[in-house]
Design a protein. Structure first.
Length: 138
């Protein structure tokens, strides 16, 4: 008789994020540390609520390397929360059509500082767009 040990959705999500992070490190060993730096700078310069997809899109616009799986950003967000940079304040439907309107964590910066002119990495790259107006690159 075969016995299956079922994992919870949270356990599976965490395993998926860790696997994506491991793959990102294999492809680009510096990616995770750069992502932590990016999310910290993003949080220091953005006081409005945001989702991980907004951070990912901002990173892409800023020229930050895209990881092999976008799920790698999930672990970055969790670690940012554990470091006290962000806190989850609710949920919002994602805008990416491929995600079928799934719910995603809505985050708020806990380390916001006034915007500094000349900041090039996280900056204010989405000033002219709201979360609901993000263009999706195919």
């Amino acid at each position: 008789m075969i016995t299956f040990v079922e994992k919870s959705g949270c356990e599976l999500a965490e395993a998926g994020m860790k696997q994506a992070d491991k793959h990102a490190k294999k492809v680009n060993p510096c990616w995770p540390e750069g992502a932590y730096e990016f999310i910290k700078e993003y949080c220091e310069s953005h006081d409005e609520p945001f989702t991980a997809e907004v951070v990912r899109y901002s990173a892409e616009l800023a020229g930050f390397p895209v990881p092999p799986s976008l799920r790698a950003w999930g672990l970055i967000m969790i670690v940012a929360a554990k470091r006290g940079w962000i806190q989850q304040i609710g949920y919002r439907k994602v805008q990416n059509p491929k995600a079928h309107s799934a719910n995603a964590a809505l985050w708020q910066s806990k380390i916001f500082k006034e915007y500094r002119v000349g900041k090039k990495k996280a900056g204010r790259v989405l000033d002219s767009q709201t979360h609901d107006e993000l263009p999706w690159i195919k």
